[in-house]
Ligand binder design. Structure first.
Ligand code: THU
Length: 289
């Protein structure tokens, strides 16, 4: 049973579109990384630099905008309160944008890092106190960000193009059922796989496993894999077979996104490895005493 639940009270006061899912997933992941249990709620607000400057002046006595402000409320359960109300994290879109450009990274990644930073403050971490605490907090926030399974990398337009290319390479003289698969790795590469059949039918290998095995055999590790996409020549959404699901559960992070398309790409299913194969068998079961 999952003993952690995190709710977000989200408010975006800018005109810029942002995916609320990123913030809620970041909160859940950070709390679970910190091994927290219980029911939490955190308010996250996105503001522009003018409003941030005002808040920083009023509450912190600094007349300048800043990237993130944290207003901790509570980090432990209060009597008669069903939720642990962590308080509020305010993020400034304009400063986030500048920081993301400086680091040459996706703004969503900067948002996630700053939100993690704010949550760590709520739990008592403070980089202002000493050099060693600064080192501890900064390295922890990087580790949490690194293990957050949010897809900052996959470009859906490129994924679709690569899927069609992969599918066109299918070797299917027997079934004529063409499947394409693409694995995206953290270095931004798209690795293509297709199904390869054989006159001895059982020798055939599915596109998903061809792509995955290709990636692993090149030296990539589980942590390097960002996402997997697949397409079949069906008008339905043909989801990966059981054998491929088991291979994915071993070689990919269970939270990794999986993007599935039908042949015309007018139907899609976006899920995760765990979504395709809950309760999968793993080495943990094999070696359990
Ligand atoms: N196939 C895949 O490539 N992936 C799947 O997940 C399901 C099936 C292939 C295997 C075979 O070449 C053809 O589709 C018909 O089963």
């Amino acid at each position: 049973m999952n003993k952690l639940s995190a709710n977000i009270d989200f408010l975006n006061k800018t005109r810029v579109k942002v995916d609320e899912k990123l913030f809620s997933e970041t909160i859940t992941h950070t709390l679970s990384y910190l091994k927290k249990e219980g029911q939490y709620v955190l308010s996250v607000t996105i503001v522009n630099s003018k409003e941030m400057q005002k808040l920083n002046r009023e509450y912190k006595g600094k007349d300048a905008p800043t990237d993130v402000l944290t207003f901790p409320y509570s980090s432990e359960k209060q009597e008669d309160e069903p939720f642990i109300d962590l308080g509020s994290v305010i993020l400034c879109h304009d400063i986030c944008k500048k920081e993301a450009e400086k680091r040459n990274e996706n703004i969503l990644k900067t948002y996630a890092l700053l939100l993690i930073h704010g949550i760590l403050h709520i739990f008592g971490y403070d980089h202002h106190r000493s050099k060693s605490e600064e080192k501890e907090m900064f390295s922890l926030q990087e580790k949490i960000l690194d293990t957050l399974c949010y897809d900052f990398i996959t470009d859906m337009k490129l994924m679709k193009k690569c899927l069609k290319e992969a599918q066109s390479r299918a070797y299917t003289p027997y079934s004529h059922f063409n499947v394409g698969a693409v694995v995206v790795t953290k270095d931004g590469k798209y690795h293509l796989g297709c199904n390869i059949e054989n006159s001895a039918y059982s020798v055939a290998c599915c596109a998903e496993r061809v792509a995955l095995f290709k990636v692993i055999s090149q030296g990539y590790k589980k942590e390097d894999i960002v996402s997997l996409g697949c397409i079949t020549s069906s008008s339905n959404i043909g989801t990966p077979c059981g054998v491929c699901r088991q291979a994915m559960a071993e070689l990919m992070n269970l939270k990794c996104p999986v993007y599935i398309f039908n042949n015309d790409m007018d139907k899609k299913l976006f899920t995760t490895v765990e979504g395709l194969l809950p309760y999968s068998f793993s080495s943990e079961d094999l070696f359990a005493k």
